[in-house]
Design a protein around this ligand. Structure first.
Ligand code: NAP
Ligand code: 3JN
Length: 333
């Protein structure tokens, strides 16, 4: 089997670490592995498949002989360095928002629009985590009944915002339980034992950037600009896995029973829907798993053709590293 030279940009971060775990788990055919991060990681080594690899400082010359770049070092690093990677002949799967809405860059969720991968000109964008799990759950329903409108509220774990926010929830929880004063450092407010209805910055229309990512990315991935999306994104004191309350209105009628039948055989979806026995998806169950979990499917009785559901996935796996590696796997196939 052909093997590839792979570079992981942002290898020391939450997503980068997950990239390394999943590459090893899925036995991605790697010839040489290059780990890239900032000056702060100078001298560090990371373990991959039982071997230690040095972390190198990211520069424009980092991409010589690299075939595939898996990028998760933030949007400004992607904007600055991925053009150099493409120039050096690499194909980049980018986890940041830098190129997602660029019309020349495919925005891909393999369960939904894998055919777009071949249109790449060197960069393929990985969507935002909240968008990915929602479209995985909604795509089979959209194909059957055409979704006209989506109203979504997210419950996003702190890991979505990086390592420092994971530490912040951990530290604040200890301080709060010790009945001492909590002082937020990384997040705009206390996150322990609280909810923050703000993810990323506010825009002129009153929505946050995260909310508008969900609107625009959903339309691009599902290839339908007519879908109306209204999102509210909330940070919750959970370490891993994002949850979403999703309400949809469809053009054609579709019953909860029909939706469950479609989702029970949909790629990348596990249906957990037995509320009478207390069975529905939850973050503690989704953490560390690959699938998107859907449950609480019920008719929206306030409109003619509507459904409500609850969608949970590991935001660092399916929401970031796994989705990108699934794209890379299809690329090399
Ligand atoms: P993180 O834990 O804070 O890690 C950030 C990583 O980026 C570290 O490896 C860091 O290296 C590296 N980095 C930062 N500045 C750099 C620079 N100037 N040059 C080279 N490397 C640099 O964050 P994370 O959670 O892994 O997320 C990283 C990025 O992935 C996010 O900014 C976002 O763009 C993307 N992401 C996407 C999703 C999604 O929804 N698809 C979800 C999460 C994250 P050092 O350790 O050396 O500082
Ligand atoms: O907060 C979350 O749960 C998801 C965050 C994603 C994120 C964090 C920092 C920068 C992104 C993203 O993927 O949209 C970015 C970015 O690349 O803009």
């Amino acid at each position: 089997m052909k093997k590839y030279n792979v570079a992981v940009m942002g290898a020391t971060g939450v997503v980068g670490t997950c990239f390394l775990n999943i590459l090893a788990e899925r036995e991605f055919p790697i010839k040489n592995l290059k780990l890239l991060a900032s000056e702060r990681s100078k001298g560090k080594s990371l373990r991959f498949a039982g071997k230690l690899y040095p972390v190198e400082i990211l520069t424009h010359d980092s991409f010589k002989d690299v075939d595939i770049v898996l990028a998760s070092a933030g949007a400004s690093r992607s904007l600055e360095f991925l053009p150099s990677a493409v120039k050096a002949g690499a194909i980049c799967v980018d986890n940041s928002s830098a190129f997602r809405m660029d019309k020349d860059v495919p925005l891909v969720v393999p369960e939904v629009n894998p055919e777009k991968i071949k249109e790449n000109k060197g960069i393929i964008a990985n969507p935002n985590c909240s968008t990915i799990q929602m479209v995985v759950a909604l795509w089979p329903i959209h194909k059957a009944a055409k979704i006209k409108r989506i109203v979504v509220t997210t419950f996003q774990s702190v890991s979505g915002a990086g390592q420092k926010k994971i530490t912040e929830l951990w530290e604040q929880s200890k301080i709060f339980l010790a009945k001492e004063k909590v002082t937020p450092i990384e997040l705009p407010h206390q996150i322990a034992f609280n909810l923050i209805p703000q993810i990323d910055v506010f825009l002129d229309n009153g929505y946050t950037k995260e909310e508008m990512k969900m609107v625009n990315e959903t339309r691009k991935i599902m290839g339908d600009d007519s879908i109306q999306v209204n999102a509210t994104c909330v940070r919750v004191p959970v370490f891993f896995a994002h949850s979403e309350s999703v309400n949809i209105e469809t053009e054609k009628p579709i019953s909860p029973k029909e939706a469950k039948a479609l989702l029970s055989k949909a790629e990348g979806v596990t249906l957990i829907d037995d509320p009478e026995h207390g069975s529905y998806p939850m973050p503690i169950f989704a953490e560390g798993k690959d699938d998107t979990f859907v449950g609480r499917i019920r008719k929206d009785e306030s409109v003619q053709n509507g459904l409500s559901m609850w969608v949970v996935a590991d935001n660092i796996r399916k929401g970031a590293a796994l989705n990108a590696i699934q794209i890379a796997e299809r690329l090399i196939k």
